[in-house]
Structure formats: structure tokens, C-alpha cells
Design a protein around this ligand. Structure first.
Ligand code: B12
Length: 477
């Protein structure tokens, strides 16, 4: 079959802060389909905005589209064009996994692939190719005479080492501007699943409680390709829990050294409790290039942490930050504004705390109910939805009614939060204690690291003002 895979364009704001990266999920799907003998092309509208109008859709037998929640409306627009060309549409990704019926009811989507899509998509394509039975394919939803057929969920792939690498060569990789401290960044996934199940996060519902992981040899093999063939020196491990098992991190460090992957820097997601109890692991990570660690710090308020189901304590938050800095790495701290019963005072306490910690990268998100999460179900139950304008579900816009804060308060607090952290004078003059990077980086890095926070803040504020007009705050409660 001739397959076109499309990644809709995301918010420009994320690209502006250096997170423009190839869509790994779609590239995994592409690799599987290609290995299954199909012809595949991929377009990513975030880097090539006009790709769709250039492409002759009738050349393809089927078009697959990714849809996380904020990009779902854009995904539907693409689906409309594809359907107008008479080509069947398959949609996959977080949003449609949980709201498959909504998508099918639009009449713009023929099949939904629910959950991790590699094996399911290939089976579906083969079935369409051979005109064989769809009801035996686990993990898909479709309409049959106007009625939704939701086949049972597929079992999650266990042996990730057998997966082909994402088909990066199907995209113009050099066009991606994702960088860390000026060094171009390659993104990778080394594990799937999460046993923590925080109430605002989609990962556990999507990928299961069981943590499935690649061997350190498999990770290093892919890194070698990225290092030698593509020339990358910076890596971002985008799994929810790169550090879940200490032994694997320690073995990974040995493997990186054994392979001679020198002068690299890397980034990963972790949890404060795991770091706080494993100083030896933190030290070892730094020795083999760990440079920046993402921590879901969320809130300084104990009750909020409890509501989020984070299972972390203040002491662990502070210790993890101390350890990261002790070994001269950078903290990427992520905070949440707008817990359902948060007061202005509590939100300001978290903002003040963030300002004091002053993570090198600081991210504030508005608590947002993503489909499939416990939070979404609570908001539905309590009738707290302000709107379902999915494009505004980007964690920068209010979407729910809170007990004490109005939507405009949340927006004001979010602006204040970014302003308090990024525009504080010490960010501009204080010497960084991070270990030096001995890798060639873009010439303008020094200048851009000064300008970027200001430019980010101005763009962010403009975006806030632009979108404030988009909603009518119909607080029904
Ligand atoms: C990296 C990342 C980003 C990067 C994206 C850059 C990039 N191209 O990788 C950046 C930093 C920009 C980003 C931003 C945001 N992100 Co983000 N991100 C992730 C993260 C950590 C990893 C993504 C990844 O590579 N996954 C690995 C691949 C293999 O999985 P995948 O992409 O989901 O693809 C699989 C399936 O979804 C499915 N599939 C996907 N597309 C298709 C298409 C077809 C046709 C088929 C059949 C199947 C299919 O099959 C794929 C293979 O198994 C995930 C968490 C996670 N564990 O996935 C969150 C996640 C995707 N992000 C999320 C969110 C909420 C956001 C933000 C909205 C808010 C924020 N502040 O984080 C923003 C805005 C995004 C936007 N679209 O504008 C949520 C999405 C929830 C939802 N319902 O939409 C996630 C799941 C985090 C979470 N746990 O809640 N993000």
C-alpha cells in the first residue's frame, strides 16, 4: 500500500523554546509499515507548513494522521482534505485513543488506532490491502453501518528491543531546530509505560502501569547511529521515566563509556523521589554526560501534590534539586497552576518557590484535563468544563472552572509566573554553575541565550492576549 503519514502543526511557542523535534511516534509507525513491505511518506506540518498543499493526495491508498489533544482540530482539518480527495483516513495518538467515537462521528475519519500504534497500524493496513476481516484486529475502532465497532484493546508490545528505529530518514532531519544550550538535539524513546498514574497525566492510561524498557545495548546502538551517521552530540530521552530503575541507568552509563560516546550531553525525565534516594546514580549520570533533568515539581503545596497523585514530598523535591546542582547539571522544573481548589495565595506560593529555586528551564502549565485521565473524569463528573476548544488544551489556557480562581485569574497568574522567573535580573548576570559544554554549538548561542527568555515571554504574552478573546468564559457554576 502507498501510505502518507501526517503530523499536524503544533503550537509555535514550543518551537520557539527549542523543542522542535521529529515526531517519533509517527516515525515508528512508518518504520513498521515500511518493514511490512509498504511504501511510506511522512510530512510534518510543524516544519513544513505547506507540505499538504504541495502533495498529490490521490497518489496514496491511505493517510494516517497523529492527534494529541491540542492538535486534534488541526488533524480534523487535514482529514477533511484527505476525505475530499476520496482517500481513507486512519487516525491515532492520545486524543483519539480515548475519544474514538467523537472522531468517527465527524465523518472525517474511517479508522482509529487506539494506543501504541506500530503493530496495530501494520495489521490494519495489511487487512485493508487484502480486504480481510477487521473485527479480528485488536486496538481499532471504526463505524459499521453508522454504529461504532470498538474492538478489544491490543496487548502492549513487551519487547521493545525488536522494534526498528524510527524512520528518521523519511523527514528532513536537518530542518529541526530542537537544541539544548545551542547543541542540536536528537530525541529518543528508551522505555514505555509508567507505574505512577498521576491524575492529570495520560501516560499510564495510554501505555499501562508496567514499565517496558529497552536494553542498554539497544539504546547505545541507536545513539551510535545518531552520533556517527547524523553527527548528534546531544540526546533527549523522552520517556516518562528514564531513571525508573537504577540498575539500568548504571549499566547505561557503563555502556556509553564502553562505546566511546564521548563529549555528549543528554537530557531525560525523572522523578524527585528516585533521584533523592540515589545520589550515586545522579553522580554517575553526570559523569557520562547528563546535562539537564526534567522534574515534575508541580507545587509547593502538600495538598495539591496529593490531589495530583504525585506521591512525592517537599524534602524529596529539594534534595533532588540539590543533587542535580551538586553534580553541575541543570534543572528543568515543571510547575502546575490552577489546582481545582487552589487559592490565589497558594498559587503565588508556588510561583515564589519556583522563583527561588530558579530552575534553568522553568515551565508552568495550567492544570488541564486530558481525555482518559482521572482528572478528565472528575471534571466531567463535576461539570467543570469551561469549553472543549481542544486547540486551547495546550496547558497554557484555562479550560475548567475552579473553586476560587476565575479563568482570567489563572491567565494572569501564569503570566506573572513566567515573568517572575524569567525576567528576574539574576538570570541575566549570575554566572552559571553548570559544567562547561565542550561541544561545538551555534555561534549565536551566547546572544540567543540572553534574548530567548525575553523573546519567549513576549511571544507567550501576545499568545495569551490573542487567545483570551477566543473563549467566552461561560462559568455555568
Ligand atoms: C516529547 C513530547 C513533547 C514534545 C514534542 C516534540 C516531539 N516531536 O517529540 C514537546 C515538548 C513539544 C511537547 C509539547 C506538549 N506536550 Co508533549 N509529550 C512529549 C512526550 C514526553 C513524548 C512524546 C513521544 O515521543 N512519545 C513516544 C512515541 C513513540 O509515542 P507517541 O508519539 O505517542 O506515538 C504513538 C501513539 O500515540 C500512536 N500514534 C501517534 N500518532 C499516530 C498516528 C497514527 C496514524 C497511528 C496509527 C498511531 C499514532 O502510535 C505511536 C507509536 O506507538 C509525551 C509523553 C509520552 N510518554 O509519550 C508528551 C505528551 C504527548 N505531551 C502532552 C502534552 C499535554 C503536551 C502539551 C500540550 C503541554 C505540555 N506543556 O507538555 C505541549 C503542546 C504540544 C503540541 N502539540 O502543541 C501529553 C498529550 C496528552 C494529550 N491527550 O494530548 C503527553 C502524552 C504527556 C502526558 N503524559 O500527558 N511534548
Amino acid at each position: 500500500m502507498k501510505i502518507l503519514l501526517v503530523s499536524p502543526s503544533g503550537s509555535d511557542l514550543y518551537a520557539k523554546v527549542g523543542t522542535q523535534l521529529p515526531p517519533l511516534g509517527l516515525l515508528y509507525i512508518a518504520a513498521f509499515a515500511r518493514n511490512g513491505g509498504h511504501y511510506v511518506e511522512v510530512i510534518d506540518l510543524s516544519v513544513d507548513k505547506n507540505a499538504l498543499s504541495r502533495i498529490h493526495l490521490k497518489r496514496f491508498d491511505v493517510v494516517g494522521i497523529s492527534a494529541d489533544t491540542p492538535r486534534y482540530p488541526a488533524a480534523l482539518k487535514i482529514a477533511k482534505k484527505v476525505k475530499e480527495a476520496g482517500i481513507p483516513v486512519i487516525m491515532g495518538g492520545y486524543h483519539v485513543t480515548f475519544l474514538d467515537k467523537d472522531a468517527l462521528d465527524t465523518g472525517l475519519v474511517d479508522y482509529i488506532v487506539r494506543g501504541e500504534g506500530e503493530e496495530i497500524f501494520l495489521k490494519l493496513i495489511n487487512a485493508l490491502d487484502n480486504r480481510s476481516e477487521l473485527k479480528v484486529i485488536d486496538g481499532i475502532s471504526y463505524l459499521d453501518n453508522g454504529r461504532i465497532v470498538r474492538n478489544k484493546s491490543a496487548s502492549l508490545p513487551d519487547i521493545l528491543d525488536d522494534f526498528p528505529y524510527p524512520a528518521r530518514n523519511l523527514l528532513p532531519i536537518e530542518k529541526y531546530k530542537g537544541k539544548i544550550v545551542g547543541v542540536p538535539l536528537a530525541n529518543m524513546i528508551t522505555s514505555r509505560g509508567c507505574p505512577y498514574d498521576c491524575n492529570f497525566c495520560s501516560s499510564t492510561k495510554f501505555s499501562g502501569m508496567k514499565w517496558r524498557f529497552r536494553s542498554v545495548e539497544s539504546i547505545a546502538d541507536e545513539m551510535e547511529v545518531l552520533y556517527h551517521k547524523y553527527g548528534y552530540r546531544a540526546f533527549a530521552f523522552m520517556d516518562d521515566n528514564f531513571t525508573l530503575r537504577k540498575n539500568r541507568v548504571m549499566e547505561f552509563a557503563d555502556e556509553v563509556e564502553k562505546r566511546g560516546l564521548r563529549n555528549i550531553i543528554w537530557y531525560c525525565f525523572s522523578r524527585v523521589d528516585i533521584l533523592a534516594r540515589n545520589e550515586d546514580m545522579v553522580k554517575r549520570m553526570a559523569e557520562v554526560g547528563a546535562f539537564q533533568i526534567f522534574l515534575g515539581l508541580e507545587s509547593v503545596n502538600h495538598n495539591a501534590l496529593k490531589d495530583y497523585g504525585k506521591r512525592i514530598e517537599f524534602e524529596q523535591q529539594m534534595k533532588a534539586i540539590r543533587l542535580i546542582r551538586k553534580y553541575k547539571m541543570r534543572v528543568h522544573g515543571s510547575f502546575i497552576i490552577g489546582n481545582i481548589n487552589e487559592t490565589e495565595k497558594q498559587a503565588l506560593e508556588t510561583i515564589e518557590w519556583a522563583k527561588n529555586i530558579n530552575p534553568e528551564v522553568t515551565q508552568f502549565s495550567v492544570l488541564t484535563p486530558y481525555p482518559g485521565t482521572a482528572l478528565y473524569n472528575q471534571v466531567e463528573r463535576e461539570k467543570r468544563f469551561l469549553h472543549k476548544k481542544w486547540e486551547l488544551y495546550d496547558a497554557l489556557h484555562p479550560t475548567i472552572t475552579l473553586d476560587h480562581l476565575r479563568p482570567e485569574d489563572v491567565t494572569r497568574l501564569l503570566i506573572k509566573a513566567y515573568q517572575s522567573v524569567y525576567l528576574q535580573p539574576k538570570r541575566f548576570y549570575k554566572k552559571k554553575k553548570t559544567r562547561p559544554v565542550k561541544i561545538k554549538r551555534s555561534k549565536l548561542f551566547g546572544l540567543s541565550s540572553m534574548v530567548r527568555p525575553v523573546s519567549f515571554f513576549l511571544t507567550f504574552k501576545k499568545e495569551m492576549n490573542r487567545t483570551a478573546a477566543l473563549y467566552q468564559f461561560n462559568s455555568e457554576r
